[in-house]
Design a binder for this molecule. Sequence first.
Ligand code: CP
Ligand code: NVA
Length: 301
Amino acid sequence: MGRKMRHFLNISELKTNDVKKIINQSHVLKKEYGKRKFKKKIILAMIFEKPSTRTRVSFEVGMKQLNGDVVILDQADSQLGRGESLIDTIKVLNRYVDIIMYRGSDEKKLYEIANFSSVPIINGLTDQSHPCQILADIMTLEENFKDISNLNLCWVGDGNNVCNSWIHSCLHYGFNLNISCPKGFFPSKKVIDVVKSKKINFFDNPYEAVIDADVLITDTWVSMGMQDEEKRLEKFKSFQINSKLMKSTKKNTFFLHCLPAHRGCEVTDEIIDGKNSLVWTEAENRLYVHQSILLWCLGKV
Ligand code: CP
Ligand code: NVA
């Protein structure tokens, strides 16, 4: 019997040991950047049903630095855009490539292709999750705190895909996670029930949520593919991360945002460009984390 296929789908399904292995290896890959090489050429296919800058570039650069290569299929310029099914596309890619990254909408499709594929599948973001991002964020926290095990994290804004993956991370780390969202925008019960942590607490008032925060985290108020932008924005106004909110914390609080940011909406310039903003390092760390995820999926970590 061969090794069980290692898909990278959701943090909630990974073993703690594997999450920590991937992140530890990411630190090594950063320190020794450019040294690690595949013994034989490995090809990654990336399917994008939604736009991307960081995910696309960091996977591509990461693969090339490992002596691998990538092929990219965008919805618009592949037969996916003309109605060829995703499963048929995967069947074909399985004959060409060693590993596949998929960015799409409904997570059901991610699991369908993972059940079907003969090569590992990496979740590059769905409407429900963004696990690659959260591993890079945790790596960034490890670089900035001596011990991250009991950090007070505070999510302010939309209870979206990125927030869901933070919730999943609480299965592996002892984070205290406060979540403050406008009514109707909290993460779903389904996601919260996966973790059932007493250390995750919910707040209507962001000023109450942030008091003890070591890290404030937010994301766009309008994720890719969402409608009703105008109506949503109105409800989010008091959930902006700005100097006033930052000053309400009792600590030297850091700031994380997965990017792209909508300056003046979920975050102000003085916070994202401020001394406690970790956003650029967070984006950089996607590179090493993606290399590490690739190596883990391929059984090389
Ligand atoms: N944070 C993130 O995933 O960015 P992209 O959408 O640019 O890939
Ligand atoms: N929540 C955002 C994340 C972008 C990386 C979105 O899904 O658009």
